[in-house]
Structure formats: C-alpha cells, structure tokens
Design a binder for this molecule. Structure first.
Ligand SMILES: [Zn+2]
Length: 322
C-alpha cells in the first residue's frame, strides 16, 4: 500500500459555482480533472553527485472498467485505491518524467504525453522543466522505457509529428524498436494500439538520432538499461548509480502502485504479456527491497520517488515528500 504524503484535493462540480461561473460552462468529462496538480510541478534531489529532478507531466483519471484487471473486480480496484489513500471513483494515473544531470550531460528519462495521449490532462512537462531551470533545448539524451503514448508522444509535435528533440540522442531498446516498427505488427495488435504503431512507423525510422541498444548497456553517464519485459516486449527500467548511491527508475514495471505493488498478481490490460510482467515486477521489487535501492516510478504519485519494502509476502511502497 503506497503511503502518500500528497494531500488529495478532490474538486467537484462545486468549483464552477465557487468561481462564479454560469451554467453555460461545459466541461467534457475527460477533461474535468478532479485531482489538483502539485503546487510546484518539479522536485529536485541528489543521487550521489547526480542531480535528479522529477517533473510533473499530468494525470489520467481513468474511468473504472470491468475489463481493466482480468482477475479483479471494479469493487476490488476501488478498495485498492481507497487503501492507498486515493479517490475511489477513478483510477488515478499520474505521469512524472525524470531529468538526470550527471557527467556533464542532461538526460531526459521518457518524454511524457506531449499533451496528446488519450484520456490524459497532460503535456505540462515542458513548462515544469523550464520552471525547474532546465532548458528543454539543451537535453543531450532521451532514454525511452517503452513505446506507449504517455512515454513517447512528447517526442512528436502535435499534428506534424516533427521531432521535438532533433538535437538529442534518443536511446531505445532494440527489442522495443523492432517490435513496434515491424510493418506486420499492425495486423497483430488490438484495434486500440494500431494507431500508435502507425505513428511510431511514421516517425522513428525517419529520424537520424534514434539509437537502439541491446541488453543492459550503459546508455548515459552512470545509467544502465535494466531488462524489464512484460508491460511491452522491450520495456526497460533505468538504473542510475553515482558512488554508492543508487536510484532505479522502474518506469511501468509497477505502473499504478496502488494496484501493481499491492497486487503484483493482478493482470492489467496495459501489460501486453501478463505472466512476464508479473515475474518482472516481483523480481524487480525483491531486488529493490533487498538492496534498499531508492525507486522512482513514472506513474507513482508525485514526486514519484520512494522505497519498496517487504512485509511477509506483501510489497509496500512509501513515497518521499516533495
Ligand atoms: Zn505509462
């Protein structure tokens, strides 16, 4: 059960009245965000001599859906959200990218939604990064954990697909790259993922700054890829070390901690291969608990960094204060 330090402010329809807005105000359900954004959209901390900044991108308040978790009911999911101290009337999925400054390089870890991922109120990363004193045009390297929209659409300009980081090196897993750029994959994917594959095939292969990496290579100063398949075939965690200090960016291995940390066995729709995803997250959480390694998750409640511990067979995530 995640221990949350963030105060959850739930804003309902009453807000419109409080602001003196009239009945003519129309709020599309997908954009009537109920969760307040963090008061400050970035948080910085050190890992050894590396400077790490968590940058808030946005939130997807996912409506409940009986098909979301194959082996849990909507009531089970609601109970898990409540136990984590989160609102129960939707699944709270925040997005937080991480910027690492180490060895003279500025490294962006995943690129966020770019304000273009369906269901999200996102795309706040660039403004929050700038507020944190990081110039988006000075990013040297972008590490990509996997090719889902909330992690890569920030690489692609809306409407034109122009590269947002033409001067940075974009580092991806070779397995992930080959899976999504195979023309034959479109026929094999569920309908909801076909458009994503088409967009990937229209962009990445035409860009000259995408580097494919095999296995667990060092991909930037002090950072290695860690194989973490299941969520997607080439999903990678990132391991940062500086001196004796370490940080694991688990990315989407345990994507919604209220569900995936508390119930690693739950088979969620977003994991492409449920059995492999479960084995990956158990192995990763066992390693993090045993080594007492700090962990940052892309969808962990902001600022998204904390510690995994084990209580019997159960895993517990504590999130640090912003
Ligand atoms: Zn994600």
């Amino acid at each position: 059960m995640p221990t949350l330090s963030r105060r959850d402010t739930v804003i309902g329809a009453g807000l419109a009245a409080a602001f003196g807005l009239t009945g003519r105000l129309i709020i599309e359900p997908a954009f009537a965000q109920k969760t307040a954004d963090p008061a400050k959209g970035f948080a910085s901390y050190k890992v050894g001599s590396a400077e790490v900044t968590a940058v808030y991108d946005g939130i997807f308040e996912k409506p409940h859906d009986p098909a979301f978790i194959a082996n849990a009911s909507v009531e089970d999911v609601k109970a898990a959200m409540t136990k984590a101290g989160l609102p129960a009337d939707f699944v709270s999925i925040t997005g937080t990218v991480v910027v690492v400054r180490n060895g003279g390089k500025t490294i962006l870890c995943d690129a966020g939604t770019g304000g273009q991922a369906m269901g999200w109120v996102g795309g706040k990363m660039t403004a929050n990064m700038t507020a944190a004193g990081i110039d988006p045009t000075k990013i040297d390297t972008v590490l990509i954990s996997h090719f889902h929209p909330d992690h890569i659409f920030g690489l692609m300009a809306k409407d034109t697909n122009a590269p947002v980081y033409p001067n940075a090196e974009i580092v991806v897993s070779d397995v992930e790259y080959k899976f999504w750029t195979d023309p034959a994959v479109i026929d094999k994917l569920p309908e909801a993922r076909k458009g994503l594959a088409r967009r990937i095939q229209a962009t990445f292969p035409t860009w000259k700054n995408v580097r494919q990496v095999t296995g667990e290579a060092e991909v930037a100063p002090g950072i290695r890829f860690v194989m973490a398949p299941g969520h997607t075939p080439g999903h990678r965690a990132f391991h940062l070390s500086s001196g004796t200090a370490q940080l694991m960016l688990s990315n989407d291995a345990m994507y919604v901690p209220a569900l995936n940390v508390a119930h690693p066995e739950w088979r969620g729709q977003y994991d492409q291969d449920g059995a492999t995803a479960e084995a990956t997250r158990r192995a990763l959480m066992d390693r993090l608990a045993a080594d007492k390694t700090m962990v940052a998750g892309f969808h962990f409640p902001f600022p998204g960094v904390g510690q995994i511990t084990k209580s019997g067979a159960d895993y517990v995530l504590s999130i640090n204060k912003a």
